[in-house]
Design a protein around this ligand. Structure first.
Ligand SMILES: [Zn+2]
Length: 186
């Protein structure tokens, strides 16, 4: 499991050292279907926080192992308050909309308590985004100065941050895409 999910929560993409630091979530809630309880394709690594937010009302959500969540959802980091935002690429699609609602909830909260509780996740994402912005800026500067060594160094750094093995890949990739660094995606 840890290998498939790169030791990341499948909802917020927080990364932990070991898969046993996570809980196991049933993608499709098992309350109405006992057979799904031990079906491994229905088991997802999930952090404790996200597992708490994902109640059984979220029956129909995208499956990150089957669906192309990078295309189905538009990811954005707001420039002023640094809030991650999620939009459905096809607004009529109920599954995508449900997933967007859930992602909004786990990242931004939806009441006073959860807004406070999710702040540390937003801060961690913001720190990572700043690292990425700095690496991209370093690349453009090195490029202008034709400093090949510095260029390679910043490219390696960007590549690491947008890798699927790293935390918050979807959000980091949306940022890197704006500056045309898609070639570095693994
Ligand atoms: Zn999570």
């Amino acid at each position: 499991m840890g290998k498939i999910f790169y030791n990341k929560c499948y909802l917020c993409e927080i990364k932990k050292d070991r898969p046993d630091n996570f809980e196991i979530d049933h993608l499709i809630p098992v309350s109405n279907n006992e057979a799904l309880k031990y079906e491994w394709r229905n088991l997802y690594l999930c952090c404790m926080e996200c597992n708490g937010y994902k109640s059984d009302e979220f029956i129909n959500i995208l499956d990150p192992c089957q669906d192309d969540v990078e295309l189905d959802i538009i990811y954005e980091l707001m420039p002023i308050d640094h809030q991650p935002r999620f939009y459905a690429s096809s607004p009529q699609n109920k599954t995508i909309n449900n997933t967007v609602t859930l992602l909004e909830k786990v990242h931004n909260g939806d009441d006073v308590k959860s807004i406070n509780k999710t702040a540390s996740l937003r801060n961690a994402i913001d720190r990572r985004a700043k690292q990425l912005m700095q690496a991209m800026l370093n690349f453009f500067r090195a490029n202008a100065k034709e400093d090949e060594l510095a260029k390679q160094k910043s490219l390696r750094e960007i590549k690491e941050i947008v890798s699927r093995y790293s935390p918050y890949t979807m959000l980091m990739r949306s940022l890197a895409r704006e500056y045309q660094f898609e070639d570095l995606f693994d």
